[in-house]
Each structure stands twice: as C-alpha cells, then as structure tokens.
Write a protein that binds this ligand. Sequence first.
Ligand SMILES: Nc1ncnc2c1ncn2[C@@H]1O[C@H](COP(=O)(O)OP(=O)(O)OP(=O)(O)O)[C@@H](O)[C@H]1O
Length: 598
Amino acid sequence: MSKTHGSGIFSNDVSLDYVHKNDLKKEDTVTATESPKSPVLANDSSAHTVEVNSPSTPQVMISPAETTVKGPDFVRTPPSTHANPETPTAAAPDRPQQSLKKGVKDFKFGEILGEGSYSTVVTATDIVTHREYAIKIVDKRHVIKENKVKYVNIEKDALHRLSHHPGIIRLYFTFQDEYRLYFVLSLASNGELSDYIRKFTEPCAQFYAAQLLDVIDYIHENNIIHRDLKPENILLDENMRIKVIDFGSAKLNVVDTPIKADSEDGASKPDARKSFVGTAEYVSPEVLLDKYVCRASDIWAFGCILYQMFVGRPPFRAANEYQVFQNILHLRYEIPDDVPPSAAELIREILLLDPKERLTINEIREHPFFEGVTFGKPLWEVTPPRLKPSLYINLPNDNPALDPSTMLKPSDTPVEPSFNRENASPLSLTLSSNFASMSSLQLAEKSQNAAELAEFNNEWSVILQPGEAVCRAGIVNVLPLAGSSETEVHRFFSKIFRKRRRRLLLITTLGRCLFVSKNSDGEKSIKEEIPIQSVGLRIKPVPNSPNRWTVETPTKTWSLADPHCLASDWIECLTNASMISTAHANGSVSSFSRSVAR
Ligand SMILES: Nc1ncnc2c1ncn2[C@@H]1O[C@H](COP(=O)(O)OP(=O)(O)OP(=O)(O)O)[C@@H](O)[C@H]1O
C-alpha cells in the first residue's frame, strides 16, 4: 500500500484498513494518478484540488484540455482521427483560465439531483466558467462507518479510466475537505432512464439498447465489469443520450477467466443477497450464487433492461427480495405477447442461467433486433427517437398535480402543482359519484402488479382491519426537510447529510397511509400513520425531482422519495386515499372499498 503523502484517507488500494478517525481531522488534498498503487486522495496541504486523468506525477495538475486520452477510443478508431465529442479537445472551452485548484468555494451549489446509499448528488455551477456540473458529495464519516471506503475508491478509479466515452459520466475533478469528498461530474440534466422507460417505443428501445450495449462493450474492453447496471444508473444528458453512472460496485482489472466471487479483492465479492438494499432485480444468477463475476453478468443486466424497455418493468419482480432471487435462480419470467418477436428472441437468448450460454456483445450486435443500427460513433451523433406520448392514467379530475407533463421533465422548473384540500375544487371532500365508481385497487393495479399486491396483503394482513387491503406498497426514503437558507454552504451540507430513513409505506383501500415495519422476530407493526384526512392536507411534487414529493398536514410535513417510481404514481394513490379516508371519517363511505377487499 502506498502512502506517499502522510496518512491518506482514500487510496486506490482497496484494502484501506489503515483508515482511522484521526484522518477526518486533516485538511485533505485530492490527488489523482493513473497508477493503481498510488494514492487517489492523499493529504498534502499545498494543494486542494487535482483534476483527474493527470499523468502519473500526482503533483502536476492538468486541465482536461491538456489530458492525453489513454486506452481504447470508444469507436475503436485511432485517437488522432477520432473526434469524440467529450474528448479533451472538445472540452477545450472549459479549460480553466486561472488556477486549476478547485474547492467548495469555487462552486455555487443548487438542487439535489439524487441520493445514493453513500452520497448526495447536487447541481453546481463553477463561479468562474459558469459551467454546470453534478457534484457527488460523499460524507467521509458515513463511508468509513459503513465500511464503504473501497467502493468510493473503486468508483473514482473506474471513472478515471472510463471518462472519455460519451455514454459514461465524465469525472472532471475530485477534491475534498475535512468532512466530505467531492466528485465533479458532467451533469446529466434529463434524469434517470427509469423515469422514461415506460414510454419507450420500439425505435426508442432499439436506440437506447444500442447505446447501452456500446457502453458495456467499452467498459469491458477496459477490463472493467460494472456489476450494477439498472435503469436508475443510466442517466440522460441534455441531448437525451445515455450516461452510465455508479461504478462503486465495479470490478476492475478483470482478466479473461471468470473471477471467483470470494477472491481476495473485496470488490469482487458482491455478497449480493446481503448487500442489495434497494432492488435486486438485475442481479445475475451467478452473482447471486456468489460463484463468480464475469462480463456476462453485465449482459444479463442488459437483458433485464431490454425487457423493461418493452414491458415497463423488469422481468424478475416480486414482493420481496427473497422471491426476486428465487425467480431469478429458477428463470421464472414471462414475455408478454405484444413484445416484438425479434426483441423477445434476443431477451430469451440473453436471460440464460449459464453465463457461457448467453449471447456475447458481438452476437447481440449482429442480432436481427439491431438490424439497421450502426454501432460506434454514429450512435452518439444522431437525434434520439421521440418518446411516445404519456401512458399516464388520468384520474377523474383535472388536478394539475397529476399532469404527467409536469412530472416527467426534471428541467421544467416553475411547477407548483399540488393536491390541496382547501382549494382543489374538483377533488371533492366527499366521495363523488365519479370517484366512487373507481376502485382504488383497480387504480393501483395499473401501476403495481396484482401478484405483488397479493404478496403484500398476505404479509401485512395482521396490521390491516377487517375488509381492508393494501392498494399500493413500496419502500420510500423519508428525507430530512429542507429549510429556507440553502444558499449558505455549511447549512446546505449539514442539511443534505441529515439522517435519511428507508421505510415501507402502505396505502390501503380504507384510505390509510401507513409506515410499517417488522422487528427482528418478524413481528409487524404500524410505525406511523400519515393523517391524510386532515384538513389542510397538501400533497405536492417537488419541482425538478420526478421521484420526490411532500405530504403536508397542519402538524407535520413528510418529504418522501421513491427512487424506483415516479412521484406522480404515489401522488395519485395518496390523493385517492385521502378522499377515501375523508369519506370514511364523514361516514359517507360507499361499499366499494369493502367489496374490493380480500
Ligand atoms: N452526473 C449526474 N447528473 C445528474 N444526476 C446524477 C448524476 N450522478 C448521480 N445523479 C443522481 O444521483 C443519484 C445517486 O447517485 P449515485 O447512484 O452515483 O450515488 P451512490 O451513492 O453511488 O448510489 P448507490 O446507492 O446506487 O450506490 C443517481 O441515482 C442520480 O439520480
């Protein structure tokens, strides 16, 4: 292990046992090198920032414009003849005019773009160049406590090696201060692929699948396996081109023979069944069985994403992770009849239990599904096909909060639509005849699979009342509440790192909105109920954040996010639940909620 500049907190060496609490007191400096054995982030009070992609001398700071691109060009043509839109030459206008040292003070921070398990990503504008970035901010204390240091270093190293493909998020700089690490990334302003995937036409699916395949090919050519490909980790830039992110689970320096999952390198042991906290739906069977890691594991994820592009949900879904794993290990999935035959055939030839049987990237490229597609550079220069009009299901009212056009474009800022009990006249406080004709269960079924709901109903029956059923369920993040002084840097950071909780939220046919949990003995209980029948209730989407919404009552506000679902889906269901619960409170409930119950 190399520690050339004192006790560095973060190093390329993945076994960072020497990290200790004293490191947190040091004023750290970011240093990037290309040598895996050199420290990535070392302490040196003489400098505060270093741009990545520098040559091997850590102290020399080089702007992206001066950087030499190493490794294969993404279209696999000689670097001298190829004009990659994101190569340093293309990035020349961004060349810093003065000092190359950058730190927190050089950026104006803006909106939160997203939150991961160990980071918060915010927009930031360079106050000199006015260029916009996304900055991934990692709380040092948190990553040390959660034993995630190695993942931060792996991500840094992978992005460092892969940043010159137009389909991979570009890492421009890293820097750190006493408490946090900062990854300055290109901004993918159109959000996550998962927000659009339900609106894919066949040309869309073909186009985005081709871009994804091109990126996977490039990653693999650089001897890296991503290992966490899923629509949430595929972002869209301002031109609606994909940008793959989140290389924290990547396996670097892959050799051609499969690597045992429990090999010495911690990164090669995903410990899949234990560590997937959110979704396990894209994990390959060999990773699940902890057998080995191979390039074909990314191809499996590609197959799952391709399926989702046509069906709107991943192939292996269930009410809980155990069921998902079982479905994967038994290859239990179905392709609906309306999936085009060539796509269905391709999916079937990818989703095979034995990784050796799966099609290779070259074979996928040659598959009839991709007929007419030119891979390589042209893929990144054409205009992407249009998404089809919204598939959103309208409610029997014209509440703007439920207008999909305000939900699906993170860049549309001035939206303040909300469900407001007091002034939203179409949403009568009593159960209108229009509304009464619709079962909330029916509505829920449109957005959530009936089989999944049946599982939830089974599992949570003990906390339900007679005649009550779950009509929507999901794990949501309960976020700390934002205040009004977000311009002050220190307040901003303390706020975004306040504790977030993941909770299971159930909405029922009696209009109850319940946070529920299970203790270690498996006993189930209601942790909290949101009183959505309250006078003064407001349910609001968060502008620029298609996955976030707030529920305000006179006594408490909840700020919620579901990384796997649009806020509009939850808002729709909560709005219905509010009406139902009010009707119950008023004694004017119809019999429908009972009739739809178990
Ligand atoms: N460059 C970017 N531009 C726009 N949004 C981004 C960018 N990078 C990340 N995000 C948003 O922030 C979220 C969290 O980022 P990311 O997945 O990298 O964090 P993480 O802590 O590594 O997450 P995970 O828990 O999945 O490992 C993403 O899902 C995405 O919505």
